[in-house]
Design a protein around this ligand. Structure first.
Ligand code: GDP
Ligand code: MG
Length: 464
């Protein structure tokens, strides 16, 4: 897939399953020819038109809507069209074959590669690189919160802000280089204070943007939370309570759960995978031992671990043992939340109060009565820096790792630039500005590298 590719690309943009309707997309120089063959004419630009669709052997195979987009006013910037057809796999296949049958030497019509429509839109200057990524993320977003955080990137001027910051840096750099190249008589003396003040103002914006993007990180993938703890601590009961249904078997006998039980739970617009696991204890039973190994490795690979401890069996020794276990399998302590269970059986909270100083991250619940469950949900959402209500999510933005990395690096560059300017090392300060500017332009794709582009677009959906 090169920038000079003159092929016409076709793809099914909706899911490849039998459905009522499907959307089929075409983009490239042969679009009009394909339309003339299938529809019999080129529909009016941007007007949804009802038509019969003919196959390569001139038989009507479906009737539906078609929209033609004349270049450059299309998503890709090329001539393109969209067919709205019936979503049967047979109909889809005939349309696809008919398009491909219009391929001739020098006028190739072929299947699109993943992300190729977006890549063409980017190459033709219709969208910036970070916007192409955001559109792909939107296609894969599962929660309303993530959709909002992505739209803050697409619709709320993030790209403009980045470009205006880059332009600002270019201007500062030009001024600085003038001081380096010409004498003070020609340029006036270097106004260090104002220079530093101007950069520090931009650093404030950058830091705020980075913080918003860091918050959005927890939306980047489905979160996973693993429930571990001693046998009979009430882990399965807790999973059932959080799931609002009986997912996992609960029994008074220890060692009931062995396999890992998954329950996908909606929390404040977030999808979280909860895993119930085998209770940890000394055992000679091979199957149970395997269950315990799996529990620990699942815990290690999760975003958070809920370590259940029966509050009525709680003592300092138990706790040290639990902490030792967590350390031995190399789960960082800040990834562990201790959950004291069976609160309803404890006559008072003295045990917890007296030992509170041993543990930082803790909550107490009764999975049986539901006491403390709301608080647990709140603590979990807070841990991921999200709120149950939507009021406070306005500053969360969703950016890819590469963009967050560049923003952080850019801010660091500006910081060193300030330091260099303060010590009047103007040549070093100018170099810092050059690097900061490059980092920003990489975000929007104004400076790009073919290998990076291939890597980015190959992860998109086909038809996008
Ligand atoms: N009273 C009371 N009993 C509980 C609670 N949670 C679990 N249990 C009981 O403790 C036993 C073990 O529960 P289970 O969820 O299977 O524990 P697991 O081995 O950690 O999965 C069962 O008899 C449960 O009914 C609770 O919050 N209160
Ligand atoms: Mg269990």
């Amino acid at each position: 897939m090169s920038a000079l590719d003159n092929d016409t690309i076709v793809a099914l943009s909706s899911a490849p399953i039998a459905s009522a309707l499907a959307i089929f997309r075409v983009s490239g120089p042969s679009t009009k020819r394909i339309l003339k063959h299938i529809v019999g004419f080129v529909p009016k630009d941007r007007v949804s038109t009802l038509a019969n669709f003919k196959s390569s052997n001139n038989r009507v195979f479906d009737k539906g809507l078609v929209v033609f987009f004349q270049a450059p006013k299309s998503f890709t910037g090329e001539d393109s069209c969209e067919f709205q057809i019936h979503g049967g796999l047979g109909v889809i296949k005939i349309l696809m074959d008919t398009c491909i049958s219009q391929s001739f030497p020098g006028k190739i019509v072929r299947y699109a590669e993943p992300g190729e429509f977006s890549k063409r839109a980017y190459i033709n200057g219709k969208i910036c690189l970070h916007e192409a990524e955001a559109i792909s993320d939107l296609v894969n977003a599962e929660s309303e919160e993530k959709v909002n955080a992505i739209n803050r990137i697409i619709n709320e001027g993030f790209g403009k802000d980045i470009i205006s910051l880059a332009n600002f840096i270019i201007k500062l750099r030009a001024e600085l280089e003038a001081h380096l190249d010409f004498s003070a008589d020609e340029t006036g003396s270097f106004d260090m204070k104002n220079f530093v003040k101007a950069i520090e103002k931009k650093q404030i914006w950058l830091k705020r943007t980075i913080a918003s993007a860091q918050k959005g990180k927890s939306l980047s993938h489905k979160l996973s939370i693993t429930i571990i703890g001693n046998a009979n601590a009430g882990k399965s009961t807790l999973l059932n309570r959080l799931s609002d249904r009986n997912v996992s078997i609960v029994h008074k006998d220890a060692g009931t759960t062995r396999d890992i039980i998954l329950s996908a739970i909606n929390m404040g617009n977030l999808q979280v995978d909860f895993f119930d696991t085998a209770g940890i204890r000394e055992t000679t039973n091979e199957i149970e031992a395997e269950g315990i190994n799996r529990a620990l490795s699942q815990a290690k690979n999760s975003d958070l671990v809920l370590f259940c401890v029966d509050i009525n069996n709680f003592n300092e020794h138990n706790l040290l043992e639990a902490k030792g276990l967590v350390n031995s399998v190399k789960i960082p302590e800040d990834k562990v939340l201790f959950v004291f269970t069976k609160l309803d059986l404890s006559c008072d909270n003295k045990i917890l109060k007296n030992n509170a100083h041993f543990i930082e991250n803790k909550v107490a619940v009764s999975a049986k009565t539901g006491e403390g469950i709301l608080n647990l949900r709140k603590v979990l959402l807070e841990h991921f820096q999200l709120k149950d209500s939507k009021e406070n999510d306005t500053e969360i933005i969703f950016l890819r790792k590469r963009s967050i990395h560049n923003l952080i690096e850019c801010e660091l560059r500006l910081q060193t630039c300030v330091e260099n300017a303060k010590s009047f090392s103007l040549d070093l300060a100018a170099e810092d500005l050059r690097l900061a500017q490059t980092l920003l332009l990489e975000i929007t794709g104004k400076i790009s590298n073919e290998v990076v582009l291939e890597e980015i677009f190959s992860r998109f959906c086909i038809g996008k």
